[in-house]
Design a protein around this ligand. Structure first.
Ligand SMILES: [Fe+2]
Ligand SMILES: [Fe+2]
Length: 482
């Protein structure tokens, strides 16, 4: 019998899917593995492949004690195939097949659609590793460096997760897709990654924290929607990925939070009361709050674009097919088919953003994006509490969803962060008030000096409240010279 709770480490690929009895897939994955390692060595964290990093590795998928921490060289990390335990008697929870037993094999008619969903999700995983590969060299502490590498190896594992599904359920097509996932490159002109935000640069640590807060959160919402899938292996895969994703959210939220904390403390120490006095605040060697706001504006809107067009036939088809559901689908009290339901969609009406009721089935992207906005805004509330506690008079706000968009209803509009539509020329003139300018980027870049002494932190960021795995403050999370 396959032990689906504890992970089998006997095969080269740790797993809880019975790979040693599934020779065909084991072989396929073993053939894919060297190409993956080549990719990791070329495109993974630059300069630290030989260092020992204090990383968690999944050893079980049950709710308690699923991870163990130890020093590992990243190329030797045990990337495994881990699915959350099967739920007895699970049904297809939405769509045309609502109530039928969940599928253990791919329904023939939905093969192409499902493959597409897996490839799009899979493509984001290595992309972020590529985007973040230079950051180790400017880490503000060993603690942060370790968190970066943890996120990176887990994104690598998420790629394995999608590749397993492709190889197991899609035969030679799946193998081809698995190989192509190693060919595309973030930001490459000829072979870019599939989605916009994953081709942007992540040049500095504030960008990294914003990315893990905003863009990984898009990942979280997409995984939540796929975790509802009637295709049970996908559901179980995504459910386990979400446990790892929670740490990525933590890295982003706490990273931005610690940056805010340090800025406010430095302002108080120097008796600077005006957060808008950027020159004075920057002279303290910290990131001023208006610049933080601009970074929020940028990363939030790039991430909103990842949800696609507000009105989408693809999303409707994937829902009808039972492949991709809504956030917390099973907790929603309705028919789970959306036959007559409507949903308010933000549209450009007579030159102004306005909610218009649309068939709920076509509006699923909009709905998931709304769920995302609610989730993200909770983190912003917590950031504002940090500011309020220090007595500094400033509030971070999420910009209006019409602002700075490249996909959907507002792609062609020019809106202010408050959602007022203005002329293109006026918008261009004010752009640098709302989005990071090249000067802002240069200033942030000037702060990115590495700190590699255990327990020490760069001057622009506060230390964390507690260590990883309850380690003390001066713990050597990365042994750079070993
Ligand atoms: Fe991921
Ligand atoms: Fe992630």
């Amino acid at each position: 019998m396959i032990d689906t709770i504890n992970v089998n480490y006997d095969t080269t690929i740790p797993n809880n899917v019975g790979l040693s009895e599934d020779r065909r897939i084991l072989k396929a994955l073993e053939r894919w593995h060297p190409g993956y390692l080549d990719w990791w060595n070329d495109m993974g964290p630059e300069g630290f492949q030989e260092s020992l990093v204090y990383l968690r590795t999944a050893v079980a998928v049950g709710p308690e004690g699923w991870a163990k921490f130890d020093y590992v060289r990243m190329p030797e990390y045990r990337w495994g195939i881990l699915l959350a335990p099967a739920e007895e008697g699970r049904i297809v929870p939405f769509g045309e097949h609502f109530g039928e037993p969940a599928w253990q094999e791919v329904p023939g008619e939905y093969r192409a659609m499902l493959r597409r969903l897996l490839v799009i999700q899979g493509d984001t995983e290595p992309a972020s590793v590529e985007q973040q590969r230079h950051l180790g060299k400017t880490a503000p502490s060993l603690y942060d460096m370790r968190n970066l590498f943890q996120v990176n190896v887990e994104e690598g594992r998420h790629l394995w997760a999608m590749v397993y599904l492709l190889q197991k359920y899609f035969g030679s097509d799946g193998r081809e897709e698995a190989n192509e996932l190693l060919q595309r490159r973030s930001g490459d002109l000829d072979k870019p990654r599939m989605l916009g935000a994953f081709n942007e640069a992540t040049p500095d640590w504030l960008s990294f924290f914003m990315f893990t807060f905003f863009t990984d959160r898009d990942g979280k919402l997409q995984l939540e929607a796929l975790a509802q899938s009637g295709f049970d292996p996908l559901s179980r895969t995504c459910r386990f990925m979400l446990t790892e994703e929670a740490h990525h959210m933590f890295v982003g939220e706490s990273g931005v939070g610690r940056t805010i904390q340090r800025t406010c403390e430095a302002m108080n120490e120097a008796r600077v009361t005006d957060p808008g006095d950027i020159v004075t605040v920057r002279a303290l060697g910290v990131i001023d709050l208006p610049t933080l706001q601009k970074k929020v504006n940028l990363h939030y809107t790039l991430s909103l674009d990842l949800f696609g067009s507000e009105i989408s036939t693809n999303a409707a088809n994937a829902f009808n097919a039972g492949l991709k559901g809504r956030f917390h689908e099973t907790r929603i009290d309705d028919d789970h088919r959306l036959l007559d339901a409507t949903y308010p969609v933000l549209k450009l009406v007579d030159g102004r953003p306005e909610n218009v009721d649309e068939p709920a089935l076509s509006a699923l992207n909009m709905r998931l994006r709304d769920d995302y906005a609610v989730d993200a805004s909770k983190g912003v509330v917590r950031w504002n509490k940090i500011i309020a506690k220090t007595g500094v008079d400033f509030q971070i706000k999420l910009p209006h969803p019409a602002f700075h968009r490249h996909i959907g209803e507002f792609a062609a509009a020019h809106a202010t962060p408050d959602g007022e539509i203005i002329a293109e020329a006026a918008w261009n003139e004010r752009r640098d008030e709302w989005l990071p300018s090249s000067e802002d980027a240069d200033y942030i870049d000037s702060l990115m000096a590495p700190v590699t002494e255990p327990g020490q932190f760069a001057g622009w960021i506060a230390p964390p409240k507690t260590g990883i795995d309850n380690r003390p403050g001066d713990f050597e999370y990365v042994r750079i010279d070993d």
